[in-house]
Design a protein around this ligand. Sequence first.
Ligand code: N01
Length: 536
Amino acid sequence: MTASTDPQPLDVLIVGAGFGGLYMLYKARQQGLKAIVLEAAGGVGGTWYHNRYPGARVDVQSMEYSFGFDEALQQEWRWSERYAPQPELLRYANHVADRYGLRDGITLNTRVTKAHFDEAAAGWQVQAEDGRQWQARFLVLASGPLSTPNKPSFPGLEQFAGPVYHTGHWPHEPVDFSGQRVGIIGTGSSGIQSIPVIAAQARELTVFQRTANYVVPAHNRPLDPAYEARIKADYAGFRARNRAMRNGFGSELPQHTVSALVVSEQELEERLEARWQIGGFGFLGAFSDLMMNPKANALAAEFVRRKIRAAVKDPAVAELLCPEQTIGCKRLCVANDYYETFNQPHVKLVDIRSAPIERFTAGGLISGGQEHGFDALVLATGFDAMTGTLMRLDLRGRGGLRIQDKWAGGPSNYLGLTIAGFPNLFNIAGPGSTSVFTNVIVAIEHHVDWITACIAYLDARGCRTITATEQAEAQWVDYVNKTADGTLLLTCNSWYLGANIPGKPRQFMPLAAGFPVYAQKCAEAAAQDYKGFELA
Ligand code: N01
């Protein structure tokens, strides 16, 4: 392993051993580059290493949410379910690390805290928490868009006597809620997946909800061997069709070009019902304008509210579970049996919007003047998304420019990949790219392929540095903002906007242009000799 004593700088230093870091290491080595990964955790897998809460599973179908870079890998790996559970995804990450001999390039239990650009060396000086240092020509941040848990500072939380778990940082030892009274705060994707599973174990479950969310059924089931065989018969074609989709997945569903506003009531119902029965994100593709037109969106939202009222027996609880915001503005949730869970007598729903949490006590919390008791607390309160992990790094570019100063008003970058003032630095699946709007593995493969091609280009021409120009970056930020402007994505308080973190600048962070358009723009910049960059 290259550490401070090694006089030879690395070609590439990669931060994070999730899917992004693993593929980046593989690809860099394929290209003959000397590369390593530094990973804070005790194992590979990133998201799937940390998010091991009860019920954690992917909500993009397994046959799509997997690497497509190697035909042999995609042929040999077998998923057990339509939506793979977290332990299987973690096994997959470990399989990839072993299959491609990546482990000797990965240093675990090593949290990068500092990375400074060194002008004289035209590269990066990187330091870990324990003081070890590395030098590298290129720095690739594969630290994940959803990797820094959001732990709100609830008054008096430290007084709570029981254990507190965060879904995004779940312990590795088994957590047994049998016979316990459990409280859970948060009803986003993590909360919604874990609530039915915790309810099945706990003696009592109290769900503290600030904002109700739309949940479409997953209809998870064992993977159909006939479906698997059909996909594997032309996996490359399947991948290519998915890459041509706006979100990088879902090519098996027909694309509807019809507006929800022009069909009869019966046809509206039938089409939405058909997508409901299929399950998953395809629900929002039932019509062409659900994410563009508020009236069309309202029809789909009302359809889901009718489903909630039909599923939940207590009308008052059903009403509380009915979301008010536009559907799809906050990320749609996909899960099994979520609404039905609230029919169980030991599951209670508490509205903390009308009666906010006042404070914690040793035995629970007080909201609306009423004490709610529980033995263990689960925070399903999400992440400081997209920028949180970088903003906690001592990351300094040219002339000592700090990322905290550069991004004080919100993230800015070029192509979602590079930051003006930070030469030779690449960010995988970060803000300004379609990252979290796509099947993230499609986003990762695209980013890594682009980055490695860029490094090959620079090396072939003897260039030492590449830096996005201020002008290209400003135009890109403008493009990211304009793309969101025409949509309903700005109509609610989502983590896409940073609205879940008090004090975070309100800026729409991911690019809503769709993956094919985005990939085309990245390819065009590369084909025009890295237009928008300064090469030196
Ligand atoms: O986090 P979230 P998540 N007081 O931010 C509430 C991916 N993911 O971990 O909506 C009270 O969505 C907050 O309330 P509100 C996926 O991209 C994928 O669930 O802000 N409540 C909300 O209900 C997802 O979108 C998968 O009013 C507070 C919840 O906590 C992303 O990760 C699975 C609060 C947080 O929801 C994040 O999902 C899981 C406070 N102070 C996650 N602060 C799959 O692939 C926050 N909340 C299946």
